[in-house]
Design a protein around this ligand. Structure first.
Ligand SMILES: Nc1ncnc2c1ncn2[C@@H]1O[C@H](COP(=O)(O)OP(=O)(O)OP(=O)(O)O)[C@@H](O)[C@H]1O
Ligand SMILES: [Mg+2]
Length: 174
């Protein structure tokens, strides 16, 4: 089977005043289906930038990113958001939970947005929360959670549903 995640010559630079930061400098990567790959490097070496390209949160200046048979770099922001909803779970370095929602809602509501029937979304969210050691219903809002609880809800959100790629940025940091 072909690679599920593929990068070809990916370059991402940032401008900061007069300085140009080459955060990702011509990366080729193939991750086959069923494989787990760890990326490690010093703080500021470009790990989050690289993962953002894989997740379609950002696009490379040069190069191509594909997920399965989809060329991410050819899609609009909206289309890439839809790909994340349906195919790519993302665990953010800074959880990015929605403060107004409870833990359970943070996991459940994206599944509704992805078009899952309510009963399927509920059971999938409950399974994901259980998988990370948090019972369902988890009614606490992010402001009342511990750092580890927030992180685990963020992981549950990425696991829930039927996505086939999981991108996790320092998922064990807390
Ligand atoms: N939006 C941005 N604007 C300007 N520079 C940025 C931006 N995002 C990242 N950078 C720079 O790009 C480089 C790579 O950052 P990145 O966040 O990818 O590092 P990292 O390897 O994930 O670090 P950490 O281990 O601390 O999370 C750093 O020098 C950072 O300052
Ligand atoms: Mg990072």
């Amino acid at each position: 089977m072909g690679a599920s995640v593929c990068l070809r010559g990916a370059v991402k630079t940032f401008r900061s005043g007069i300085a140009t930061i080459r955060a990702v400098e011509g990366v080729d990567l193939d991750v086959p289906f069923g494989q787990m790959v760890c990326i490690h490097g010093a703080s500021g070496s470009g790990k989050t930038t690289l993962l953002n390209l894989i997740a379609g949160l950002d696009v490379p200046d040069v190069g191509e990113v594909t997920i399965g048979d989809l060329i991410l770099t050819g899609l609009s922001d909206r289309q890439r958001a839809r790909v994340r909803l349906e195919r790519v779970g993302v665990v953010f370095q800074a959880n990015n939970l929605i403060d107004e929602f409870t833990g359970g809602e943070n996991v459940f509501i994206p599944l509704l947005a992805a078009g899952l029937p309510i009963t399927v979304a509920k059971s999938s969210a409950a399974d994901a929360l259980e998988c990370v050691g948090i019972g369902d219903p988890f009614d606490r809002r992010p402001g009342q959670m511990s750092g580890g609880q927030r992180q685990r809800v963020g992981i549950a959100r990425a696991l829930a549903g039927s996505r086939n790629v999981l991108v996790a940025d320092e998922p064990t940091g807390a």
